[in-house]
Design a protein around this ligand. Structure first.
Ligand SMILES: CC(=O)N[C@H]1[C@@H](OP(=O)(O)OP(=O)(O)OC[C@H]2O[C@@H](n3ccc(=O)[nH]c3=O)[C@H](O)[C@@H]2O)O[C@H](CO)[C@@H](O)[C@@H]1O[C@H](C)C(=O)N[C@@H](C)C(=O)N[C@@H](CCC(=O)O)C(=O)O
Ligand SMILES: Nc1ncnc2c1ncn2[C@@H]1O[C@H](COP(=O)(O)OP(=O)(O)OP(=O)(O)O)[C@@H](O)[C@H]1O
Length: 467
């Protein structure tokens, strides 16, 4: 069966054709009720995919009170975490039927889980050409209690740290407005650990051990592999720690550009960064609030900002220059034996591009080790980022128009206008967008959005500092 995309064309979004492969209806994915052992801090999540069994293990810090472990909020969040972590195992075959016989769900939780399995896996479906949107069935018992009784959580902030520029801008913002926070990370390594060391506040760390058999099968004939919504996964794990150890808010560092998708597939916009988008933020915030009787807040502190604006905020401090990295090669499960910035991937290129208008060139060369805009071999990748060819890369990169606007600034910048890539793309950039549009786009990038749901008092303090 072949189906073309249904949505009306949008500029800079590539349409691709679906080649739907249908599975026998007998295939299924079952999510078992998870378990948690407070003595070891171990949470175990088991899954059955047809005749295959998998177990994933989280090790949370020890020391939670018995009351916190037994609370309806923790038990609810543990079940929801099992459902969200399941995407890694489900994706091996992506069957239409998902079962969770031991995990009762309210109507809105059911919608949340379907969103994770549909839109959270959108890139995976698009790249494997699998038509699953609107077709998944989730079989689970009902839970009539839409909102759990409230838990008491201390007024403390858990701040997930990804080792890149975004969460470190949040560190700077919170520090300057006098809001204390605890760094949080799942499987901390490389730039995450060195950034947390530089922050100097004791973190909450969680170890996550995926089932090695799933990783092996993901490379094998007869199984699919692809991207999973890592922010959804890390956020659910953060919520477990928030309830166990008493934090009433989780502050993400997701930029407004994360809401832009990559391609239209199977009638929907798919987005590599879906679980960083504003739409998902609202959904998960609501889910966490209901699970905790309104006690746990979840928001992104950087939602008002474009990536370019975040880059300009990053330049305010240089404390993390030698320890941070946004290059995803650092975060592979087996670690990274290369440099902090590989200098070759779209993410390195994008971050270089958005820093360049705001940061001294010498400082940039010290951070990245070389001038990525002066290497002709990088031209094609930069063209994709700016929408001059191909599609927006499947990576954590900002909006196409934002990248184009940063390029425009560089064509007029004394430090950068003579660099190889800037010179080669200038004519095409001007021809495609026109100077007026690029100027307007840059101004928009530097204008903060009100479309966020940061608690108002904190938003006001941060806005006053981030002028
Ligand atoms: C580090 C990274 O970018 N990994 C992506 C890459 O995986 P790769 O094979 O190069 O290395 P590993 O991450 O070590 O994965 C090994 C296998 O394990 C599977 N897997 C991994 C984590 C997991 O939670 N579930 C899994 O099943 C994985 O499929 C490999 O077979 O390519 C993969 C396929 O496209 C990506 O799925 C890997 O992405 C990681 C899950 C990851 O953590 N990526 C984040 C850095 C990331 O992309 N964040 C996004 C935000 C996305 C969101 O919606 O939240 C971003 O920064 O834009
Ligand atoms: N291993 C992790 N543990 C906990 N939170 C994480 C982890 N990796 C990323 N995050 C969080 O997920 C969100 C999205 O990650 P993202 O990679 O965009 O941010 P970053 O690493 O701070 O910045 P950059 O975009 O420059 O890489 C951020 O809030 C980040 O702090």
């Amino acid at each position: 069966m072949q189906r073309t995309a249904l949505l009306p064309p949008r500029p800079q979004i590539t349409y691709i054709v679906v080649k739907a492969s249908e599975l026998p209806v007998t295939e299924f994915f079952r999510i078992e009720a998870p378990s948690f052992d407070p003595a070891t801090g171990e949470a175990r999540f088991s899954y059955t995919l047809n005749d295959l069994r998998f177990t994933e293990v989280l090790t949370l810090p020890q020391g939670a009170t018995a009351a916190a472990v037994a609370s309806p909020a923790f038990q609810k969040l543990l079940g929801l975490t099992a459902l969200v972590l399941g995407v890694s195992y489900f994706k091996l075959r992506a069957p239409f039927q998902i079962e969770a016989p031991g995990i009762p769900l309210t109507a809105s939780e059911r919608a949340f889980v379907i969103d994770v399995y549909e839109n959270g896996l959108g890139e995976f479906y698009a790249r494997n050409e699998l038509a699953r949107f609107g077709k998944l069935t989730l079989v689970a018992p009902g839970d009539a209690e839409e909102r759990k009784p409230p838990v008491v959580l201390a007024e403390r902030t858990l701040l997930p740290i990804g080792g890149g520029k975004d969460s470190l801008v949040s560190v700077d913002l919170l520090t300057h407005v006098g809001q204390q926070f605890t760094p949080f990370a799942v499987n901390p390594k490389g730039p995450i650990v060195s950034s947390v060391d530089a922050i100097g506040t004791a973190p909450v760390y969680v170890t996550r051990k995926l089932d090695p058999e799933m990783i092996r099968l993901g490379q094998s004939e007869g199984f699919y592999n692809g991207h999973v919504p890592s922010t959804a996964i890390n956020s659910m794990i953060a919520s477990l720690c928030a309830v166990l150890f008493g934090y009433n808010q989780i502050a993400l560092s997701n930029e407004r550009s994360a809401s832009e998708g990559n391609v239209i597939f199977d009638g929907r916009e798919t987005n590599h960064q879906y679980s960083k988008s504003l739409g998902f933020e609202l959904l998960i915030a609501d889910t966490l609030a209901n699970a905790t009787g309104g006690a746990l807040k979840y928001f992104s502190l950087l939602r008002p900002y474009s990536e370019a604006r975040i880059a300009s905020l990053f330049t305010k401090q240089n404390k993390f220059d030698s320890v941070f990295s946004s290059c995803n090669r650092n975060f592979r499960l087996n670690g990274n034996d290369g440099p902090l910035w590989c200098g070759e991937c779209p993410k390195c290129h994008f971050v270089f591009l958005i820093f360049a208008p705001f940061m001294a060139k010498q400082r940039m060369l010290e951070i990245f080790g070389k001038n990525l805009l002066d290497e002709p071999a990088n031209e094609q990748s930069f063209r994709e980022l700016a929408g001059l060819t191909g599609q927006k890369p499947w990576e954590c990169v900002g909006e196409i128009l934002e990248a184009a606007a940063c390029f425009y600034t560089l064509t007029r910048h004394a430090d950068w206008h003579e660099d190889a890539v800037v010179r080669s793309i200038k004519a095409d950039l001007f021809a495609q967008y026109g100077e007026e549009k690029l100027q307007r786009a840059m101004a928009e990038c530097l204008t903060d959005s009100h479309d966020h749901h940061i608690p108002p008092a904190l938003a006001a303090k941060v806005a006053a500092y981030a002028v």
